[in-house]
Design a protein. Structure first.
Length: 55
């Protein structure tokens, strides 16, 4: 989050990292990565639409 604007800025390096933890299969790891990416996109869209929580 940027202190000067209060906006969340995506970190390109963070999007490329594998999710934390140990997985029983590569498929589960891929599913977790996809889920986390979708959640991040949803949060970004809500923030851009002005629907983010007020601190």
């Amino acid at each position: 989050m940027r202190a000067d604007t209060g906006q969340v800025q995506p970190d390109p390096k963070q999007d490329q990292q594998a999710p934390p933890g140990q997985f029983v299969s590569d498929e589960h790891e891929a599913d977790c990565s996809r889920f986390l990416q979708e959640v991040k996109e949803s949060i970004r869209h809500r923030s851009e639409a002005g629907l983010a929580r007020e601190p």
